[in-house]
Design a protein around this ligand. Structure first.
Ligand code: GAF
Length: 386
């Protein structure tokens, strides 16, 4: 499967499925987060960029109230839903992402009637690269245009987040949808998650002779269950005990006092968020002063904090990070929500083959599933592609 979206191919698949050409094709990318993990729902800072893997939806509006949906990977064929009966029971499986967005937009008073929709995605699912946000953002961008809804990119971010929170049931923040909607080619997005103010930060890895390698560990994760919600609850408890609106309001100088007020586990969760916010801010400064080759230590410190304080790494992610570092990576860290998914390694382009071979060998030696390893660079955000 090619990583880039072939809009003509998606339009053809739509036509073969529904018997007429779509009105358009819209694509939205997955992302890696360069740094700033679990800081988004603590109203802190993140620095993601879009990757050249995307979800694309071809859509044609219908005259009735029926939504017909098909994907290139769903085993269930074409799914048909009466929009007047849309409920949590009828938004299941992969259709929860597109229908969740439609449900939220209708709740906002935007008129969306029946439609045919064909989805194709090149973002691997469960890999921590925002496959779900990519679908949500492609669908939100499409209906924003088709229904002339006039929502701003930041409003579309919140549509996607509500679909994820209220329909899919994952208590996630705004990182993934912001990366998918706000990115432009060659830049990372520095986002203040309290104000939704964002700045595009140039990230020309090639000019610095660098690459970012993604190591998809193939350890699948889901944020609707388990550890993600528990981490969020710990952060909320920490903020409550410390008497702040969000952990964004705690800085390093407050940590000694916080240690005396919090139980050990909550303290370590809080310390991750506080130090991670500072690392994002430091990364911005270092990128500006010295360029991407100089941010490696910050990336690795972020991984150590997630491994030891936030405890969201896993043996496969740690092995990917340690092996990349031992073979020439300047920095490496897990990216995304954790408990599986992907790591990223910032490497000189000259050691790409060595790092790749070493990670593959280390996984084989540990009897782990073979990882998928590929290079990424900052790509454009959500847009109409046909
Ligand atoms: C997942 C979530 F969807 C994001 O909101 C963010 O919290 C991330 O995990 C961790 O930084 O991707």
């Amino acid at each position: 499967m090619s990583a880039s979206i072939d809009a003509a191919h998606v339009a053809k698949a739509f036509e073969e499925t529904f018997g007429a050409a779509p009105q358009g094709v819209w694509a939205a990318p997955g992302r890696v987060n360069l740094i700033g993990e679990h800081t988004d729902y603590n109203e802190g800072f993140v620095l993601p960029f879009a990757i050249d893997r995307a979800a694309a939806v071809a859509i044609r509006l219908r005259d009735d109230n029926i939504a017909q949906l098909r994907s290139s990977y769903g085993a269930e064929g074409t799914v048909s839903v009466d929009l007047d009966t849309l409920s949590h029971d009828t938004m299941t499986g992969w259709t929860a992402y597109p229908l969740g967005v439609v449900w939220v937009m209708r709740q906002m008073g935007i008129t969306i009637g029946g439609f045919d929709l064909y989805l194709h995605s090149t973002v691997p699912s469960g890999a921590g690269l925002s496959s779900s946000a990519a679908i949500e953002c492609a669908v939100a961008t499409a209906f924003n245009e088709l229904e002339s809804a006039g929502l701003s990119p930041n409003e579309l971010v919140l549509v996607g987040q509500r679909a994820e929170n209220e329909v899919v049931g994952a208590p996630t923040g705004i990182l993934d949808q912001s990366a998918s909607l706000l990115s432009t080619d060659g830049h990372a997005v520095f986002l203040d998650c309290r104000t939704q103010e964002s700045t595009l930060v140039p990230l020309d890895l090639a000019a610095a002779g660098l690459l970012i390698l993604v190591v998809d560990t193939k350890v699948s994760h889901a944020h609707a269950t388990g550890g993600y919600a528990a981490r969020r609850a710990s952060c909320e408890l920490g903020a409550e005990v410390l008497g702040v609106a969000a952990l964004r309001d705690v800085v390093a100088a407050d940590l000694p006092e916080a240690a005396g007020l919090l139980d050990d586990e909550t303290y370590r969760r809080v310390r991750h968020i506080v130090t991670e916010n500072q690392r994002v801010l430091d990364t911005i400064v270092v990128l500006d002063d010295a360029g991407p080759a100089a941010i490696g230590a910050l990336l690795t410190a972020s991984h150590v904090s997630m491994r030891d304080d936030f405890e969201i790494s896993c043996p496969e992610l740690d092995l990917a990070v340690d092996t990349a570092l031992a073979h020439g990576a300047l920095g490496a860290r897990m990216t995304g929500g954790g408990f599986g998914g992907s790591a990223i390694a910032l490497i000189p382009a000259s050691v790409k083959a060595t790092v790749r071979a070493s990670v593959v060998q280390a996984f084989a030696d540990a009897s782990f599933t073979a990882p998928d390893i590929f290079a990424v660079s900052p790509a454009p955000g959500a847009r109409r592609v046909r």
